[in-house]
Structures are given as C-alpha cells and as structure tokens.
Ligand binder design. Structure first.
Ligand code: GDP
Ligand code: IMO
Ligand code: MG
Length: 421
C-alpha cells in the first residue's frame, strides 16, 4: 500500500484540514510531515468548528491513528493548549495520537529569535506567524536542534545549552529577554503534557502499516508557493511543503507515494508579505475577503485576496506531481458577474506562462475572463446540479493544468463536499 499526500498548491489556507477530515475514513492513519503551529487547519461538522495547529486533521474520524511526523516542528506550550481544547470538547487523543521522536522542538527562545530576526529585517519583513518556525528549522539544519526523543535522554542539560546559545544571539540583536521567564513556564507545562503521549519511531511505524497492507494519508501544511525551495523566496516558510517533503518528513521512499491530491481555492489568497501577482486592491478584492471570510484561522490577520493564478498553479502541479485536483470555496465565486483567471505573466515586454525566477518585481498578470454563474452552490450535493458556466470554468482549469478536478467544495462543512465521477 501507499502513502497518499494532500497538499496546498497556493500560499496556504486552501482548505486542507477540511478535506483531510473528509478523506480520513479511507485511510488507516493520517500524518503531518512538515511545518508546525504556523498552520491553522479548520474543520466544521455537526455545527462545530475546530482549528488544528499541530494535531493532524484525521483526529475526528473514529479511532484512526494520527501521527506527528519527524519533519514537523512542535511547540509543547501550543500543543498543550490545542490538546486541552480538544479534550474539553470530549476528544481524548492519547490512545491514537503518536509523536515522532525525531520531530524537532520549538524552544521558548526560538519564538524570541523569530521576532528578533523579523525586527532586524525592517521593511523586508516576511510577516511570519511568529511561532519560531524559521529559527527551529535553522537549528535542525545546523545540527543544534532538540528533538522530542531528547526528552528521554539527558534533556535538562541539552535544553540549558540551547537556551544559553540563543540568549547570546538575542544579545547581539539587543533583544529584551523580559518575557522569557513567563514563556518558559508555559513551555515547561507543555513538556509535562507532551510526556503523556506516546513517542514513536514513526518511520518504522508508517512503513509497517504499509507492509501490513494499510494505507496512510499525509497532510501538508502551508502551500507550494511557501515552499523554501520552490516558493516565492525569501517570502516563504522554512520547510519543504511540496510532495517530496513527505518522503523526508515521514521516512517514506518515493516509490511508496501514491496519489498526490493538490488542493486550491477557486480564487487565491496569501497572508504575510511577499509577491502575489493576482492580488486585488479594489472593491473586488474586498468582496472576496468578506464573502470568503478571509481572515487568518489563528491570528485573525486579514488575508490578501485575488484571482486564481494558473501560471503558479501549473508550476505547483509540476513540482508536486499532482494526480488529482481538489477545488475549494467554489461557492464564494457565486456572487461575481465576471471571474478572471491569470493565464500568463507579462514580464517587461515578454509574455510567459512559466514561473519566472523572481516574481517579486514587475510581473503583470494576463487574464482570461469567464462569465459568472450567479447561482448559489452551497446547498448542492451532486455535480449534476452544477451550473454550466461553473462547469466551463472547471473544464478550463483542468485543461490548463492537465489534471482532473475530482472534488469540489461548496462550503466549510464536511457535508458540503462533492466528489465527481
Ligand atoms: P487550511 O489551512 O488549508 O486547512 O485552510 P484554513 O482552515 O486556514 O482556511 C480555509 C477556510 O475556508 C476555513 O475557514 C474553512 O472553514 C473554509 N472553507 C473550506 N472550504 C470551504 C468552501 O468550500 N467554502 C467556503 N465558503 N468555506 C470553506
Ligand atoms: P496553513 O497550513 C498561510 C506564511 C506566513 C508568512 C510565511 C512564513 O494554515 O495553510 P512562518 O511562520 O512559517 O515562518 O511564516 O508563511 N504562513 C502561512 N500562510 N497558511 C499557513 O498555514 C501558513 N504558515 C505560514 O504568513 O508569510
Ligand atoms: Mg490555514
């Protein structure tokens, strides 16, 4: 059996959490392979709404195993809060949420370093989520990180050495450490919570599941355009969000990857700084934000909104080897008379449909117009009910991207999901 991967094709917040929850019944286990609590994955069912940060989105489907893989960075304090909220709503996770010993720990000082590095960047700020993601992955790559498994081996000494090293760096940035003691207290309480969970060698665990004929769903965080190698660098996150990241983030060989589900919004959004060629600064952008409730799942930050960017999407399909597309938030476009899709970029006096090295400067979108369908889609339950103009829009996207759209989402609820034949 194989690991199927579900990942975002845009700048994150495509609706990954919702679809992972919907697909989970078809899998033995769901596992996160990269990112950390910079993610906010929203799920809605039975009138309840949940936002998950580090816990995989398969947690609400019966007794399915959920795994936090080695490629993830974990903040014990935020993990504690998330788990306690889930426990308070009647979801006990301890028997079915397992954590890789090789996942890296976000230390209290990583969060401070994130803030210090952002401050030092001045106008070039990335607009990070401030969760310490970059500094934690930096320590991982420079071989200074602390891992979950270190909690079982001489942890205090390793922790103190790391914190002292960070304090020295923070000193160079003249960063005030007055908040550290308080953050550290929460963090240590988080460590106690974390110790209540089962730590596993997840690469063995996942490969054993496959050998037993069970299949696994890998849940991506962020999106392809935030990938550290292929995204809009340097305005990206610090992990490989693309399908290849699931191999290193889980310990699964490329030949064991099956389907790659690429998920995208019927339009496009981005949070934080960085280029966004199809961004709208007008009334239409405002309308997308309002109708789509485009505010961060965790921070409440307004998301930047614009039309779908097929140049970026085709690039994402290529890098990830997407085998099936999933289109989200189709219902949000119900209200528009005209819908635009970016089919090429104008760079200087040249037109291209390939992603340029740098989209930070001077990239103009070239649009194709589609007539809006102006029919509410949110109560539709089967593709037979789709308006013809919507079908035309989807057909164009499929032909441009060369991959079929297999699922169409028409609302935030689990039930508002239409699987196409
Ligand atoms: P993720 O990070 O990729 O899991 O996505 P987020 O949860 O950050 O953002 C997606 C938002 O869109 C959430 O508020 C979802 O409840 C909502 N959502 C997902 N699918 C749909 C849809 O088809 N229609 C509408 N209207 N909202 C959706
Ligand atoms: P989900 O999984 C949208 C963005 C931040 C910032 C950049 C770097 O919910 O789709 P970081 O804190 O990772 O160093 O920030 O990446 N970013 C996201 N944007 N959705 C996310 O996650 C994101 N995670 C990080 O806004 O621009
Ligand atoms: Mg999100």
């Amino acid at each position: 059996m194989k690991v199927d991967v579900l990942l975002g094709l845009q700048w994150g917040d495509e609706g990954k959490g919702k679809v992972v929850d919907v697909l989970t019944p078809g899998y033995a286990a769901v596992t996160r392979f990269q990112g950390g609590p910079n993610a906010g994955h929203t799920l809605e069912f039975e009138g309840q709404k949940y936002v998950l940060r580090s816990v995989p989105s398969g947690i609400f489907q019966g007794d399915k195993v959920n795994i936090i893989g080695n490629g993830v960075v974990l903040d014990p304090a935020l993990f504690k809060t998330e788990v306690e909220q889930l426990e308070a709503s009647g979801h006990d996770l301890r028997s079915r949420l397992f954590i890789s010993r090789k996942a890296h720990l976000i230390l209290p000082t990583h969060r401070l370093l994130d803030a210090a590095y952002e401050m030092a960047k001045g106008d070039g700020k990335i607009g990070t989520t401030g969760k310490g993601i970059g500094p934690t992955y930096t320590d991982k790559i420079s071989r200074n990180g602390l891992r979950v498994g270190d909690l079982e081996h001489n942890f205090e000494a390793k922790y103190t050495a790391a914190i002292n090293r960070h304090k020295e760096i923070l000193g160079h940035y003249n960063y005030q450490l007055d908040k550290l003691a308080e953050i550290e207290k929460d963090w240590m309480a988080g460590i106690e919570k974390l110790r209540q969970f089962t730590f596993i060698d997840s690469e063995f665990y996942i490969n054993s599941l496959l050998a037993e004929g069970k299949n696994v769903l890998a849940e991506g965080a962020q999106g392809t355009m935030l990938d550290v190698d292929f995204g809009s660098y340097p305005f990206v996150t610090s992990s490989n969000t693309v399908s290849a990241g699931s191999c290193t983030g889980l310990g699964v060989a490329p030949k064991n990857i099956g389907e790659v589900f690429g998920i995208f919004k019927a339009y496009c959004t981005r949070v934080g700084s960085g280029p966004f060629p199809t961004e709208l600064f007008d009334e239409t952008g405002e309308q997308l934000r309002k109708l789509g409730h485009e505010f961060g799942a965790v921070t409440g930050r307004p998301r930047r909104c614009g039309w779908i960017d097929l140049v970026a999407l085709r690039y994402a399909v290529m890098i990830n080897g997407v085998t099936q597309l999933i289109m989200m938030k189709s219902d949000i476009l119900d209200a528009f008379q005209t819908i635009k899709a970016c089919v090429a970029y104008k760079v200087g006096d040249r037109e291209t449909d390939e992603m340029p090295f740098d989209i930070n400067d001077g990239v103009e979108p070239v649009y194709m117009d589609f007539e809006g369908w102006n029919t509410p889609m949110d109560k539709m339950t089967s593709e037979d009910q789709f308006p013809q103009k919507f079908v035309d829009y989807v057909k164009f996207i499929e032909s441009y991207l060369g991959v079929p759209v297999k699922i169409v989402s028409v609302g935030p609820d689990r039930e508002q999901t239409i699987v196409r034949k």
